[in-house]
Design a protein around this ligand. Structure first.
Ligand code: ADP
Ligand code: SF4
Length: 679
């Protein structure tokens, strides 16, 4: 039963001509699917509606071929085909009584128009401004006729949105796209009625809101996405000028690294005060995000009156059923977002989003996977899962939920595998939610028996009388440097100079003053290990063959903050450099550009180059050949890092997949190769 303190979250709210049944609002968020994958996107958005979200929006939706963000997937409403494609989404959302919204989008100087090959329409003569693309192509500086055209295109797209069945239509005035270019006093140097004073700079936003209302306001609510706060006083002045024009404000802060911040740097509800300040200036409802996962925090924020709706992108990805769980008084079942931004990273890489916490995300249409339901097995069998890292925990949970009888054996005292080590590192505490949610769910299942402190050998399996074995035994960091930038590893290495990262991850202290981390992994671990070692009092140099540490973090948004923290912590950084030898008292470094070599005095080297699967148990069993079958073991699989070391999201996915496919003859090409063909 619902906790009465959360009733406020379930009050209906009128937004212009439409009414949302509750206060759970999935704000527009990228999906990595866009117009290329309309069925996948419809199934994914429909799942949110099924899970109780009152409003479900699209991703950014282009109004015209001059706003083309290939290779980032985006939605489009250019023509009748797009109307039909978007209809799939609105139907899926309406089926569950939710409202469907569309974020009409004008790219401006941020896009490159790779797909349409038209000149982008920006406010100035300058190269496109997307820092991840850095293409030399420039935008065409728009003139008055372009502005008239854009207004018409926006209006026409709004009319198509109505035909597609949307209930809420956006004017999207932030995130660096054309409308924010207009409002920015530095970028907007126009001398006509669209430049100069603030009133002129907000003119186009005002016109679009008014014209969208005029075109579709009888049927749809008109929302405006807009940035306020973080010390930008003028943002409130601009907001005040438009305050009562749209039917709904979708507010964010003018820094994507905070709005979308990784949990290493930004925690839940971290900019509610900035939003509340704007809320005082308008009579219209306000929605804002804040990576809300706690119903108590959500209810408090609404009670305090700083906003009217709980906006969510990531929390709705990690748990599409978050609203229903709160409604049913099952808050402890919420699969809380960990703020890793793996979802966003995959969209940025041009592929459907995936989620560390929710392995079904993005697979609703392709695989028919459901975040809350698994098909019960027709034939319950006894399954041994060895290893309780993210892969093993997920496999055991899903196998147990399917009705199999599961033994989960873990060598160490604590369940969690790599999560136990990594979540202790600076800023990483929320990552433990991957472990905690799964342990909590397994505790509720009487089908799963857990055996900690049980390091198993192949021979032990014979005594357990099991039908299937799932080896989720993980991987260990290598203490060589063979990896992305080296085919051979160190040319020379003195024993004792090279320390496996696992030694530090396990919490051991190391006897070394100056430690060199050789980061050929390029994600968070090199940087957070460096921070930990600084905390422990070491001098630390982070050496990387890349142009900057945590380079892959450009996709998760964390690269900038990550590097700021390294500088602030006094970590020395050497870029475009490879480690080629580790002699006693020195590392030998080679410039990746010139090949020049030089020594660096140090006391220890920690390579982060590759991980080696732990396969003793798996190979021991496999080598038994026929004996295994004779002992009644019908299947043996390795999953997660034991199969191929990867990000935690991949381990969770692998555990889920193994549990769904257990004992099945799976045609991989047919099942996992499923795509949307337009012909
Ligand atoms: P993954 O990310 O694939 O889940 P992890 O390295 O996080 O991998 O977890 C693997 C887990 O397997 C660790 O907790 C480790 O202690 C456990 N493990 C490894 N080998 C055995 C074994 N032979 N018996 C029991 N547990 C094992
Ligand atoms: Fe949250 Fe990470 Fe899932 Fe994104 S991938 S929704 S940040 S848990």
């Amino acid at each position: 039963m619902r906790d009465a303190r959360h009733d406020i979250l379930f009050q209906p709210l009128q937004i212009g001509p439409v009414t949302t049944k509750n206060r759970f609002y999935q704000v527009p968020h990228c999906s990595g699917m866009g117009w290329r994958r309309p069925r996948a996107v419809a199934a994914m958005r429909g799942m949110k509606a099924e899970g109780g979200w009152g409003v479900v929006n699209t991703e950014f939706c282009s109004i015209h071929p001059t706003s083309d963000n290939d290779s980032y997937p985006y939605a489009a409403l250019w023509d009748n085909d797009d109307i039909r494609a978007n209809r799939l989404m609105t139907d899926a959302v309406h089926e569950h009584g939710a409202l469907a919204g569309v974020e009409l989008w004008i790219g401006g100087g941020m896009v490159t128009n790779f797909g349409t090959r038209l000149a982008p329409l920006g406010l100035r003569n300058r190269p496109q401004t997307d820092a991840s693309v850095l293409h030399p192509g420039q935008a065409r500086k728009i003139d008055r006729q372009d502005i008239r055209d854009i207004r018409k295109w926006h209006r026409d797209a709004a009319l198509r949105a109505v035909e597609a069945g949307f209930d809420i239509v956006y004017v999207y005035a932030t995130h660096g796209y054309l409308l924010s270019e207009f409002m920015d006093p530095v970028i907007n140097t126009r001398s006509d009625e669209y430049g100069g004073c603030l009133e002129n700079r907000v003119r186009l936003v005002r016109e679009l809101i008014e014209e969208t209302k005029e075109a579709v306001g009888h049927k749809c609510a008109v929302a405006t996405r807009f940035s306020v706060g973080l010390g930008d006083a003028e943002s409130y002045d601009a907001f005040a000028m438009l305050a009562d024009l749209p039917d709904l404000w979708d507010l964010v802060v003018p820094d994507y690294g905070i709005e979308m911040g990784a949990s290493r740097f930004v925690k839940e509800a971290s900019f509610t005060d900035d939003i509340a300040k704007a809320k005082q200036l308008t009579s219209k409802p306000v929605v804002a995000v804040g990576r809300f996962t706690s119903p108590d925090t959500m209810a408090r924020v609404l009670r305090q009156g700083g906003q009217d709706l709980i906006g969510a992108a990531r929390p709705s990805i990690a748990d599409p059923f978050l609203p229903n769980k709160i409604n049913e008084g099952r808050a402890e079942d919420i699969r809380e977002c960990i703020g890793c931004n793996i979802c966003y990273a995959h969209d940025s890489l041009g592929v459907p989003l995936r989620c560390t916490q929710n392995p079904t995300m993005g697979e609703e249409w392709r695989q028919g996977w459901h975040p809350e339901r698994v098909t019960p097995t027709k034939k319950p069998e006894k399954v041994l899962v060895v290893g309780a890292g993210p892969a093993g925990l997920e496999a055991a949970r899903v196998l147990g939920e399917r009705g199999h009888s599961v033994l989960l054996a873990e060598a160490s005292r604590n369940l969690g595998g790599r999560l136990n080590y990594e979540s202790r590192l600076p800023g990483m505490s929320e990552w433990a939610r991957v472990r905690d949610w799964r342990v909590g769910q397994i505790d509720k299942l009487d089908t799963v028996e857990v055996y900690p402190e049980s390091p198993l050998k192949a021979q032990d399996v014979f005594d357990l009388d099991v039908t299937h074995v799932v080896a989720a035994t993980g991987a260990r960091w290598a203490s060589d440097t063979l990896g992305r930038h080296s085919d051979t590893g160190l040319e020379a290495g003195t024993a004792g100079m090279v320390i496996s990262a696992d030694v530090v991850l396990a919490g051991n202290t190391i006897e070394a003053d100056h430690v060199v981390i050789y980061d050929d992994d390029h994600y968070y671990l090199g940087s957070v290990l460096a921070l930990q070692l600084r905390k422990d009092g070491h001098r630390v140099t982070l050496v990387t063959p890349a142009g900057r540490p945590c380079d892959w973090g450009q996709w998760t948004t964390e690269v900038y903050q990550s590097n700021t923290t390294l500088i602030e912590a006094g970590v020395e950084v050497l870029t475009n450099v490879m480690l080629v030898a580790a002699n006693w008292g020195e590392a030998v470094l080679e410039c990746g550009l010139t090949g020049d070599r030089r020594p660096l005095a140090c006391d220890a080297v920690i390579p982060l180059t590759r991980r080696i699967p732990v396969l003793g148990l798996y190979e021991g069993l496999r080598n038994m050949g026929e004996d295994l079958a004779q002992a009644g073991v019908k299947s043996l699989v390795r999953i997660g890092d034991a199969e191929a070391p990867n990000i935690i999201a991949a381990a969770v996915q692998s555990g889920y997949r193994a549990a769904i496919d257990l004992g099945e003859e799976v045609d991989i090409a047919q099942k996992y190769g499923r795509r949307e063909h337009t012909v």
